[in-house]
Ligand binder design. Structure first.
Ligand code: CUA
Length: 315
């Protein structure tokens, strides 16, 4: 356990927590200073210039431009520092490093479900290595939930119908509270768990003890179970776009628009195929809404992401 300057604060266990706390100390310091200054002036003037013998009538005092300039400029500098400092931390906190370890998380009434790229799945527990940036791609199966780890100073909503992401780098091994910070129904208060930060070697060992099927492998199986492969294929019988190499690539649509083949696009195309039809194809794909869970969609995305462009089969 590390030194905590104010015991009311949660412990600091991520690279973000120290940065956020330093800014907060600054905010508290400035606010405290201002409060003392203003309250002190009120008190001092109230006593010093109180009504009494020889002081029955107020005297008119002329303003001082220098004084006014000074008490405008000085706080402005302190407040602009808040802005610049806060903006710097904000952009840093919302820009996951490229090499971050990717994990998917799904909020549902009333639990957190996580899945690692190697296939390990867990409920209300999230194991992560220390000293490595971790990015959690969040989705919700039903209503808005919020992924909140006070010791890491991170909070991000999991919103139905779209993906959001949050990243952090744990610095101290240990078990940390995981909460849902958005009221999501009767058992909202029970939607809690633990983030377990482990030494990298222990984490690798932990990962090794899981199931052997990766999300991409599960996605491939689902792709066949749902019959996607009857239309999305690389040969002459293909009636739908070939999916190899789709991920991250620009996609030309029927209406002339160009979109990126990212998680959000693939998810929308599975649930609402008519929304963005690829140029040169007809809108013949049925919706898979209700037939595939959010977890299933993430598996399908992992599978599509793993595909490489196939050689076009000859006639
Ligand atoms: Cu989920 Cu509150």
């Amino acid at each position: 356990m590390r030194f905590v300057p104010f015991p009311v604060f949660p412990e600091q266990a991520s690279t973000l927590s120290t940065r956020t706390d330093h800014l907060l100390y600054y905010l508290l310091g400035i606010s405290g200073l201002m409060t003392v200054l203003i309250a002190g002036c009120i008190l001092f003037f109230a006593i010093r210039y109180r009504r009494g013998p020889g002081n029955e009538h107020a005297t008119q005092v002329a303003g001082s431009h220098r004084l006014e300039l000074a008490w405008t400029a000085a706080p402005l500098v302190f407040f602009l520092v808040m802005y610049a400092w806060g903006a710097d931390i904000y952009f840093w906190a919302y820009t996951p490093p490229k090499d971050a370890l990717e994990i998917t998380g799904i909020g549902k009434q009333w639990m957190w479900k996580f899945q690692h790229l190697s296939g390990q799945r867990e409920i209300n527990e999230l194991h992560v290595p220390v000293g490595r940036a971790v990015k959690v791609l969040l989705a919700s199966q039903d209503v808005i939930h919020s992924f909140y780890v006070p010791a890491f100073r991170v909070k991000q909503d999991a919103i139905p119908g779209r993906y959001s992401e949050v990243w952090f780098e744990a610095t101290v091994p240990g078990r940390y509270h995981l909460f849902c910070a958005e009221y999501c129904g009767t058992l909202h208060s029970g939607m809690i768990g633990w983030v377990v930060a482990m030494e990298p070697s222990a984490f690798q060992e932990w990962l090794g003890g899981g199931p052997t099927m990766s999300p991409a492998q599960r996605g491939e199986k689902l792709f066949q179970d749902l019959g996607c492969n009857t239309c999305h294929r690389a040969d002459a019988l293909a009636r739908c776009p070939e999916l190899g190499g789709l991920f991250g690539r620009p996609v030309q649509l029927q209406n002339g628009q160009v979109v990126t083949g990212d998680e959000a696009y693939i998810r929308e195309s599975i649930l609402d195929p008519g929304a963005k039809v690829v140029a040169g194809y007809e809108n013949i794909m049925p919706t898979f809404k209700g037939l595939v869970t959010e977890e299933g969609i993430l598996d399908l995305i992992a599978y599509i992401r793993s595909l490489t462009p196939a050689e076009k089969a000859g006639p």
